[in-house]
Ligand binder design. Structure first.
Ligand code: DGP
Ligand code: NA
Ligand code: NA
Length: 210
């Protein structure tokens, strides 16, 4: 039984992957599924473009503004920091958050520009650690074939290849790698199982960490 009971906490589940890897649609499918099971769950995404830092990030991504690589890195990080306390209170009060991108994007995308990896990681220290990171693995070439990229700054094949290389170095115990090239429903099924396992473990009292 996965129904939420009063004193159990929710889970922090992050989906990561290259642009066009299918994260957003899989996140939404997962949220719908978990809600139908009666669980308290919300869909979040980073960057959250609705806040003032988010609007600066959005303008940068649309090439409407230019910013120093380190300045934009810190803005992306601040965009996560401004949600930290809400994130903690949601999870501790029993709501699971399914998050489209998090600190791993922060490090992989900025490191792909050539910034020092340890420097990139530093501002993420102290954020809530995800209970589970689902990485949608797809080659940059295959992702690019999916209806093509939009016009945003990072949506370029050579850059995405570098991002993929950096993602690979960030793998840790919280990661589950799934094949982003699978048919949507097959992948959805795999993600459901992985997520439910995580939610159960968290309900049983796995501590939240930073
Ligand atoms: P999305 O809204 O998920 O398409 O993300 C927008 C773009 O920004 C996408 O190319 C990934 C990139 N991105 C997301 N988070 C970060 C971050 O923290 N730092 C950097 N440099 N790029 C990020
Ligand atoms: Na994008
Ligand atoms: Na997306």
């Amino acid at each position: 039984n996965t129904a939420h009971n009063d004193n159990s906490r929710g889970s922090l589940i992050v989906l990561e992957g290259l642009d066009r890897s299918g994260k957003t649609s899989q996140s939404n499918r997962l949220v719908t599924f978990l809600k139908e099971k009666g669980l308290s769950v919300e869909f979040w995404r980073f960057p959250d473009r609705s806040t003032s830092t988010g609007q600066m990030i959005s303008a940068y991504l649309a090439n409407e503004s230019q910013l120093d690589d380190r300045a934009i890195h810190l803005l992306f990080s601040a965009n996560r920091w401004e949600k930290r306390s809400l994130m903690e209170s949601k999870v501790m009060s029993g709501t699971s958050l399914i998050i489209d991108r998090y600190s791993y994007s922060g490090v992989a995308f900025s490191a792909a520009k050539g910034l020092d990896v340890e420097w990139c990681k530093a501002p993420e220290v102290g954020l809530i650690a995800p209970d589970l990171v689902i990485y949608l693995d797809i080659s940059a070439e295959k992702a690019a074939e999916r209806g093509g990229y939009g016009t945003e700054r990072y949506e370029q094949l050579e850059f995405q290849k570098k991002v993929a290389e950096h993602y690979r170095t960030l793998y840790d115990a919280s990661w589950k790698i799934v094949d982003g090239g699978l048919p949507v429903e097959t992948l959805e099924e795999q993600i459901r199982e992985i997520a439910l396992g995580c939610i159960l473990t968290c309900q049983k009292g796995k501590p939240l960490s930073e």
